[in-house]
Structure formats: structure tokens, C-alpha cells
Write a protein that binds this ligand. Structure first.
Ligand code: IPD
Ligand code: CA
Ligand code: CA
Ligand code: CA
Length: 266
């Protein structure tokens, strides 16, 4: 069976080298003019560079691993299926709005899955040159230093990653009231604009939770492995398990913070 033969740690090293190549190219293209388009709405940006970087990564993966499946945000892509095929789930630039407007706080995200289980997670912050990496069962690392398991954090001292748009958007009123209670009860709320980075920050102890009402598999595939390796929870906002096959609501948090968060949404 492929899982038993697969050396996930070696595959992680290979994936890191692909991400390095992508990041080098991103630094280069930042000096070029961007062609900016919109997707579902006027604030949902995509650039020609997102597409170019995904193609670069896809070409590399296909060359070395022709039997693997690749799922990425941009352009034509397969869906994720929880089957035997080793599946790379990539977001070439997570935080495109930051890439366009701020030139910081964006990352490359790569998760490698088989049968719905995440084995490799890589989140690379291109500007701060921070690597967040994990291999299932072998721990999570930040710039080569092992990240400890997250300990409980009193909810009133928790720092949450939270996009304020969820307070005014289409969500039903009782959910929005629950969010207001949460924002009131925690110590502080931050919004960095990259789901993958914010989730990696939960694993690394910079945030104690991160929530979104809509994320796609490429937004959280890599970070989910980091979170699992640091003892964090990764669930939907109704507390049910997240599937890597679907777009869904998302809560990544230290377990006691997750429980406190969910209890305020009842
Ligand atoms: C987006 C970012 C953003 C999150 C959005 C994502 P993109 O990804 O992660 O923080 O709020 O839901 O779509 O489009 O920049 O790759
Ligand atoms: Ca996007
Ligand atoms: Ca994304
Ligand atoms: Ca993206």
C-alpha cells in the first residue's frame, strides 16, 4: 500500500524545495506590474501572478510525481477526493489582497493528503521568510524549531484571528450575536488577511484561535496538519469535523478556546 511505502518526511523536503522555487519567483514578480482581476465579488482579487505561481508549482509536482493529484485554487483543478491517490492541495498565494495592497502577510500553502488524512503541511510567509512545516506524527516546526503542544489559555486572555466582515455579513442574527459576545469576551482580535498564516499562528502560539465562515480546502489543508501536530482543534463552527473535500465554516483553536467559542454560539 502506498501509505506504508511513502516517506512523508522526504516528500515534505521535496515540497519545501518546490515552495522555495515558487517564493523566489514571487519575490521577482513583485517588481513587475500586476494584472488584477476580480472573482466572485469586487473585493475578491486574483492576479496573473497567482495563476503563474500555481502553474510553476503544478509543473514541478507533475514532473516528479506524475501519479499524484493536484488541487489548487487557480484555474482548472481536480476536486479533493478522500481516496488512495496522494493529493497536493495548494494555494500559490494565500492573502492575495495583502499581496496586491501591502506586499506583506501573504504565503504559499501546500498540504499533502491521502484518504482524507493530512501528512504534510507547509505554510511559508514569503516576506518574513518564516517556514511553518509539519509531518503527521513527527511534529510541527517553525524555522526548524519544534513547536510545543499548545496549552490551555483562559478565554478572557485569548487572542483571536477574526475577520470583522463576519459581524456585518449574511450570517444569521443569532450567529452574529454569538460572534459579538466572543469579540467582547476575549482579550483581543486580530485580522491578518491570510487564513493559512492565521491558522499557522494558532499552531505557533501567536493566536489562540482563528475563525472563518467560508474557507476552501486550499486555504486550510496545510495548516490543518500544523494544528493537529500541536494539539489544536480544527472543526466547523457547529463543532462537527471538517472534511478536506469541502468548502466549509472553520474554527482552528486551542481545545479549551474552541469549546468556549462554540458554547457562545449555542
Ligand atoms: C483568502 C484569504 C483570506 C480569507 C479568504 C480567503 P486568497 O484567500 O485566506 O484571509 O478570509 O476567505 O479566500 O484568496 O487570498 O487565497
Ligand atoms: Ca483567492
Ligand atoms: Ca486562500
Ligand atoms: Ca490564493
Amino acid at each position: 500500500m502506498e501509505t506504508q511505502q511513502m516517506n512523508w518526511s522526504a516528500l515534505k523536503d521535496e515540497a519545501v524545495s518546490f515552495v522555495k522555487t515558487a517564493a523566489t519567483r514571487i519575490v521577482d514578480v513583485e517588481r513587475e506590474s500586476l494584472h488584477i482581476d476580480t472573482k466572485e465579488d469586487a473585493d475578491d482579487l486574483v492576479t496573473d501572478k497567482d495563476i503563474e505561481i500555481q502553474r510553476l508549482m503544478t509543473d514541478q509536482i507533475r514532473k516528479f510525481y506524475p501519479t499524484h493529484r493536484i488541487v489548487g485554487e487557480e484555474g482548472d483543478h481536480d476536486d479533493v477526493h478522500n481516496d488512495d491517490t496522494i493529493t497536493w492541495i495548494i494555494d500559490p498565494i494565500d492573502g492575495t489582497t495583502n499581496f496586491v495592497h501591502q506586499s506583506m502577510n501573504y504565503c504559499v500553502s501546500v498540504g499533502i493528503y491521502q484518504r482524507g488524512i493530512g501528512y504534510v503541511g507547509i505554510v511559508y510567509d514569503v516576506k518574513s521568510e518564516e517556514w511553518f512545516t509539519a509531518v503527521r506524527g513527527l511534529g510541527a516546526y517553525m524555522n526548524g524549531k519544534r513547536l510545543p503542544k499548545r496549552a490551555s489559555v483562559p478565554f478572557e486572555q485569548a487572542i483571536l484571528g477574526f475577520n470583522a466582515r463576519w459581524l456585518v455579513g449574511k450570517a444569521d442574527e443569532s450567529l452574529k450575536q454569538g460572534f459579538q459576545t466572543i469579540v467582547r469576551d476575549v482579550r483581543a482580535v486580530r485580522s491578518y488577511g491570510s487564513a493559512a498564516l492565521e491558522s499557522a499562528y494558532v499552531a505557533a502560539g501567536r493566536l489562540d484561535g482563528y475563525m472563518s465562515l467560508r474557507l476552501s480546502p486550499w486555504d486550510f489543508a496545510a495548516a490543518k496538519v500544523l494544528l493537529e501536530e500541536t494539539g489544536c482543534e480544527c472543526v466547523k463552527v457547529d463543532g462537527s469535523p471538517i472534511s478536506i473535500e469541502d468548502q466549509s465554516t472553520y474554527l482552528a483553536a486551542v481545545p479549551n478556546v474552541s469549546q468556549e467559542f462554540l458554547s457562545r454560539l449555542q
